[in-house]
Design a protein around this ligand. Structure first.
Ligand code: SIN
Ligand code: MN
Length: 202
């Protein structure tokens, strides 16, 4: 049984969890996901489009518009979300320590200049299940805060192949991405970063 490289404010950081060939395989699997469920730019409830593009795989997809954040059972086009690739499920089954399988794999694509404001993942029904995050492509400056908004934060770089488990006392910790280092990885043909988050929804 391996252990995370470090634990920061309850978040398990597994650095270099995926080898290069596993990352490439996962990107190939994600190209199939994106072909049937194309990336889109959701609006925030405040009316501004998010700077990341996103799509999902699984029973549910995460969605945002003027009415708020929620999970929806179909892609905005009306098509079903594609299944979560086996290469991605394998990571959950290795690090989540949880019998239930994830219902949603949110796929976030960060382009040059994309970022993600501080938030916590709280649209799920049961916070006893962890959220597992997989980073692919360019490095990201990941900021970790507290259980309430505000206060001192600490930052670390997430690199391609790193995995973060947000569970237990870290499940509802605020977090965000300040910026990516565009071009720092050659994994993705056009650069940028993909972050996958696996969630149990209902
Ligand atoms: C998220 O919290 O939704 C994304 C985290 C990340 O991109 O590393
Ligand atoms: Mn999050």
């Amino acid at each position: 049984m391996s252990l995370p490289s470090k634990v920061v404010r309850g978040l398990e950081i597994w650095t270099e969890y995926l080898e290069d060939n596993e990352q490439k395989r996962m990107v190939d699997d994600l190209r199939i996901v994106v072909a049937s469920a194309p990336l889109f730019s959701p609006d925030t409830p405040y009316g501004k489009p998010m700077s990341v593009k996103m799509t999902s795989a699984g029973r549910f997809g995460w969605y945002s518009d003027r009415s708020g954040y929620r999970y929806i059972a179909e892609h905005p086009s009306g098509c079903a979300w594609p299944p979560i690739p086996r290469s991605v499920m394998r990571v959950w089954n290795s690090v989540a320590e949880c019998e239930r399988q994830p219902d949603c794999c949110l796929v976030n694509y960060y382009m040059q200049g994309s970022k993600m404001g501080m938030h916590r993942d709280s649209d799920e029904a049961n916070f006893e299940f962890p959220v597992v995050s997989i980073s692919l492509g360019d490095s990201a400056l990941f900021r970790i805060g507290n259980l309430n908004r505000g206060g001192k934060t600490e930052s670390l770089w997430l690199r391609s192949g790193d995995v973060v488990v947000m569970g237990g006392e870290g499940r509802l910790v605020y977090h965000g991405v300040d910026r990516i280092e565009f071009g720092s990885s050659s994994l993705l043909r056009n650069g940028g970063r993909v972050n996958l988050t696996l969630r149990v929804v209902d």
